[in-house]
Design a protein around this ligand. Structure first.
Ligand code: ZN
Length: 189
């Protein structure tokens, strides 16, 4: 069974790297690779064996935010997250950029503001969520040509936001930690 991914893994400077499994986080603690931790309380406390000399029982606290020390492949704070459908629809809060309606995932498209046929690219700044009706009505035209105004503007999510966009069942304290670091124009605020 695939374990649930629950721990926000940061580099030592606090730049989010990925969602790690509880098992991976336990390993980091065991390897003494954790520089600092965050969150309101541990996610889990794992009991180990009894120390023969002291008679004390070892335990490992796993926190929901763990910053790792040392040189590992690092994702920089300025790295632009890859555009995916899931991230885009969540960035735009499942709201059509043209009619402003909220829709289910399967009723939304990733709409190129400047159509691909006109040189528009698949980037955060040229994509918005649009319902299938608006997408069909706009067709292969720019918003100006179609007479359809954008109700909100696209933006590039930062590292903190991309982790929020990817997360599932994010614990409240971790959500808060990430939300406090969102760009000013983020719609996830
Ligand atoms: Zn629409």
């Amino acid at each position: 069974m695939q374990s649930q991914v629950v721990v926000l893994q940061l580099d030592v400077r606090g730049v989010p790297q990925r969602w790690a499994s509880l098992e991976a986080a336990v390993t980091y603690v065991a390897l003494d690779a954790v520089a600092w931790v965050g969150g309101d309380s541990p996610l889990a406390t794992l009991r180990g064996g009894r120390n023969v000399r002291t008679g004390r029982r070892s335990s490992i606290d796993v926190w929901p935010i763990v910053a790792l020390r040392g040189a590992m492949p690092q994702v920089g704070i300025d790295a632009v997250p890859a555009v995916t459908r899931r991230r885009l629809l969540r960035r735009d809060r499942h709201t059509c950029a043209y009619c402003g309606g909220r829709f289910e995932t399967d009723q939304l498209t990733c709409e190129h503001i400047v159509p691909v046929s006109r040189g528009g690219r698949t980037t955060w700044m040229n994509l918005v969520a649009a319902c299938t009706a608006c997408n069909g009505r706009k067709a292969d035209r720019t918003p100006e040509e179609a007479g359809m105004r954008l109700r909100y503007l696209p933006y590039v999510p930062n590292r903190f936001e991309s982790l929020l966009l990817d997360g599932r069942r994010i614990r409240a304290d971790v959500n808060e930690w990430l939300a406090a670091r969102l760009p000013k124009d983020s719609r996830l605020q």
